[in-house]
Design a protein around this ligand. Structure first.
Ligand code: ARG
Length: 562
């Protein structure tokens, strides 16, 4: 609908000698806060200096131009001060939007922007031999949603988890295991044990020995490699369990360790392209000219680095997937690293370097607003968080449904807990730091995941009670019906904006707003047994579908009953 308004305005502006692009106009159009001020408003202030006239005068002139066009979708076009207000044929709009949502179902809001194009989304990427901590949760949640968003738009999406499974820290781990390890413990509590020996070995006195272990590993020493493989296997098993709970899937588990073969080639290529320099026995790429410092490629002892592996991985992926775009969802602290990697790829002559994007995010903060990791040096283990959240969710569910079976309770509580955590994250703009507070996340009231799930379940329950539906007619629109309809009509635009700015938060915020309007509508307008039952049921169904589509994009599962 907004596009129709944009087109009309573009034409009217052109008649007045002002040439503007569609997306420029789109940005200026406002949605008035209340329906009696119209459905779309175009403020004319910005035209005053250009047209050397009063904004209110310009509004009047635009309106009189527009009034001469044949307008089918509008009841009226008015002005109020400097604004041109468009008043939709609201019944017609309501009929159309509701019908589209309930017939297009999962496809409502989709587009084919990505048809035939491949996008690689790398996300989560935790470091192995440690419990999955909340340090990698943001990337997991946001990256998953960004991948979903691309799928929704028709892209072929490859989801990659790039494990931190190589590097000097594995020297420490191997040494730690040699010195303090126990086979029995490794069998029983592998991840805990590995963390334990790592912490013991992570000391200055062991540094030299650890480095030697890593060198052995990189040179393919049998014992080192065998142990490393065992550690990796246990870690992967542990991680997979967590992803299964969280409903996160990957097409490919990549890892730093899988770049070894190509790394030699990359170093040779850098040499050949005259990009490498010696510096204190190490090899670097000097990027000072580009204001990006220097990037370390090979240490003086011949071992390789994080950046080297990322270069190799990127080149390999472009060969394998021929991606149109590759997204790395990784924390803000790695901004410089990715700028360096992309710059080096560009200097190597890879044109596709411009198709690589680092999509970053801020930190989780503790309730006191401080960083988690600095506190007691402890990282927060995801499994504990999930257990705690599930327990809180159980209490809430039992308050509302005391007779529910144990199995059903378990199932619902896990879904609610994940919705709480995912939504708690995604409602925030990804680049901001945010407070991670599960008590707040899990509340059934306010701007939370459970509140939204509850609204969904309420809609489902109404539809269940009413049974199958047929045609509907619209007599009069209640203001609350109108508000909900308008919000539903904004779904496709919201998804588009989220896609353009890689901002799932827009869809999260939308989900809350639409759920809130649904609840307001439900309180104001009786559905079953009312005179407008058929339309209202259709509206409930349209709402349920649109909310479902939104939550799908966020990676949040729904419940039919709560
Ligand atoms: N494992 C890394 C870390 O935890 C993140 C990896 C990000 N991806 C990449 N291609 N470098 O810091």
């Amino acid at each position: 609908m907004k596009q129709v308004v944009v087109n009309i305005l573009q034409k009217a502006l052109k008649d007045k000698g002002v040439k503007m692009k569609k997306d420029e106009i789109e940005r200026i159009i406002e949605m008035p806060p209340s329906s009696d001020m119209g459905d779309y408003a175009f403020p004319c202030f910005f035209l005053a200096s250009k047209l050397k006239s009063e904004p209110s005068q310009i509004a009047l002139e635009l309106r009189s131009k527009i009034k001469k066009y044949p307008l089918t979708d509008f009841d009226d076009v008015q002005t109020s001060g400097a604004y041109v207000n468009f008043i939709l044929d609201r019944k017609d709009m309501a009929r159309r939007i509701v019908w589209e949502a309930i017939t297009q179902k999962k496809n409502f809001g989709k587009s084919k922007i990505g048809k035939g194009k491949r996008v690689v989304v790398e996300f989560s990427s935790p470091n192995i031999a440690k419990p999955f901590g909340i340090g990698h949760l943001r990337s997991t949640i946001i990256g998953n949603s960004i991948a979903n968003l691309h799928e929704f738009y028709g892209f072929k999406v490859t989801r990659i988890n790039y494990l931190g499974d190589w590097g000097t820290q594995f020297g420490k781990l191997l040494l730690g295991y040699e010195k303090f390890g126990s086979e029995k413990k490794l069998e029983k509590i592998p991840i805990k044990h590995l963390l334990e020996v790592y912490v013991k070995a992570n000391k200055k006195i062991y540094e030299k020995k650890s480095r030697e272990w890593f060198k052995r590993l990189e040179e393919g020493d049998r014992k080192a490699l065998m142990l490393w493989k065992i550690f990796r296997g246990f870690s992967l098993e542990d991680l997979r369990k967590m992803y299964k709970l969280l409903n996160i899937k990957f097409d490919f588990y990549d890892g730093e360790s899988l770049q070894n073969k190509e790394m030699k080639k990359v170093i040779a290529e850098l040499k050949e392209k005259k990009l490498l320099q010696k510096s204190d026995g190490a090899l670097i790429v000097d990027l000072k000219k580009h204001n990006l410092g220097v990037s370390l490629i090979e240490k003086s002892d011949g071992t390789t680095l994080y950046a080297t592996r990322d270069l190799a991985a990127a080149i390999k992926r472009q060969k394998k997937y021929k991606f149109k775009k590759m997204i790395y969802e990784v924390g803000q602290e790695q901004k410089l690293h990715f700028k360096q990697v992309f710059k080096i790829l560009e200097l190597m002559g890879y044109k596709w370097a411009k198709d690589c994007v680092h999509v970053d995010h801020g930190l989780y903060l503790d309730k006191d607003g401080k960083r988690f990791s600095t506190r007691k040096g402890k990282s927060i283990v995801m499994k504990d968080i999930l257990d705690k959240t599930t327990l809180l969710a159980k209490e809430e569910i039992q308050k509302r449904a005391p007779k529910i079976s144990k199995r059903e309770l378990e199932k619902r509580a896990l879904t609610v807990a994940i919705a709480a955590i995912f939504y708690g994250d995604l409602k925030n703009s990804r680049t901001h730091n945010m407070v991670f507070d599960i008590k707040k996340f899990v509340s059934f009231e306010g701007d939370t995941g459970p509140y939204i799930l509850y609204s969904y379940a309420r809609a489902s329950s109404i539809l269940r009670k009413a049974g199958p539906q047929g045609k509907f007619k619209i007599e009069d629109l209640d203001p609350k019906e109108l508000e909900l309809v308008k919000k539903l009509s904004q779904f496709p635009d919201t998804v588009l904006r989220a896609y353009n700015t890689l901002a799932p938060s827009l869809i999260a915020n939308y989900s809350f707003q639409v759920a809130k309007l649904f609840n307001e509508f439900y309180h104001a307008c009786p559905v079953i047994g009312s005179e407008n039952e058929a339309f209202r049921l259709a509206l409930v169904e349209a709402f349920r579908q649109v909310l479902r589509n939104s939550l799908d994009l966020l990676g949040i599962e729904t419940l039919e009953e709560m």
